[in-house]
Design a protein around this ligand. Structure first.
Ligand code: FES
Length: 262
């Protein structure tokens, strides 16, 4: 994230929605070590924008999905360190917070076809999984409540399906890695495992395979060419008048009149 810090807080939030409820009470928070007064109802992200920070990095979906906004904070009089997503966590009085929008991980250039789907491939690429001391700091740091230690343990045991399932809700924020005594990038290990699961373990959907073959055979080339060369007006008309499945059609029974592209 880069930010422009202003000497005075602006009157309105500068994010996607300028929320400043009427009569909102303000509370003090400390952002990157500096004190600001912010409306108590805001999320950390909106409070930072209210305080003059501009998100160029460190914000994406604003909906708790993309993992771009992990934030670390402490509370006054509390020894604990807390983790949250800036777009989801509401500010509290005397919160001391810092954004850590990216945590480094460095082994992304692998070819799934080459490395194959065995656990050995993961162990070879990430031998540091065996440095895990089961401290569980990774799990405590996860803003998505993923049991990170459990999926890393499954990776160690070679159970890729279990590791993929447990890590499914990971949003790649990297907070687990920031606390790891074994210095491993758990979030990337989980991602590799889910890719292996999708490529080698999960049953393949036959209809999807058939559709990919059809696409590769050029079945839709002409249609795509026609659509991409169409005027906006014609496209809008086509879209508005398209044949649609009725809302209450019994499941699996409805068929469009034009079946040439099915
Ligand atoms: S901005 Fe995407 S999770 Fe917060």
């Amino acid at each position: 994230m880069s930010e422009t810090e202003k000497t005075q807080a602006p009157k309105m939030a500068t994010g996607d929605r300028a929320i400043l409820p009427e009569g909102a009470r303000t509370i003090p928070v400390y952002i990157m070590g500096k004190r600001y007064e912010v409306p108590e109802t805001l999320t950390i992200m909106k409070a930072m924008e209210y305080s003059g920070f501009k998100f160029v990095r460190g914000a994406g979906c604003r909906g708790g999905i993309c993992g771009a906004c992990p934030t670390v904070y402490r509370k006054a009089g509390d020894y604990k360190i807390y983790f949250g997503l800036a777009c989801q966590t509401v500010v509290e009085p005397d919160m001391f917070l810092a954004q850590i929008p990216f945590y480094p991980a460095n082994r992304t250039a692998y070819d799934l076809e080459e490395i194959g789907g065995e656990a050995d491939a993961v162990h070879a690429l990430y031998p540091e999984v065996f440095r895990c001391v089961a401290c569980n700091n990774c799990t405590k740091a996860c803003p998505m409540d993923v049991d990170v230690l459990a999926y890393i343990s499954a990776v160690k045991q070679g159970d890729m399906a279990k590791a993929a399932e447990i890590s499914f809700d990971c949003i790649q924020c990297g907070m687990c890695a920031s606390r790891c005594m074994g210095e491993m990038p758990q979030f990337h290990i989980g991602q590799l495992v889910r890719r292996i699961y999708g490529r080698y373990i999960q049953p393949q959907a036959e209809h999807l395979k058939k559709r990919v073959e059809e696409i590769n055979s050029g079945k839709y080339d002409k249609m795509l060419e026609d659509l991409t060369s169409m005027s906006k007006e014609k496209l809008t008309k086509l879209y508005t008048e398209r044949e649609r499945e009725p809302d209450l059609a019994p499941s699996g029974e409805w068929m469009p009149e034009d079946t040439q592209y099915l």
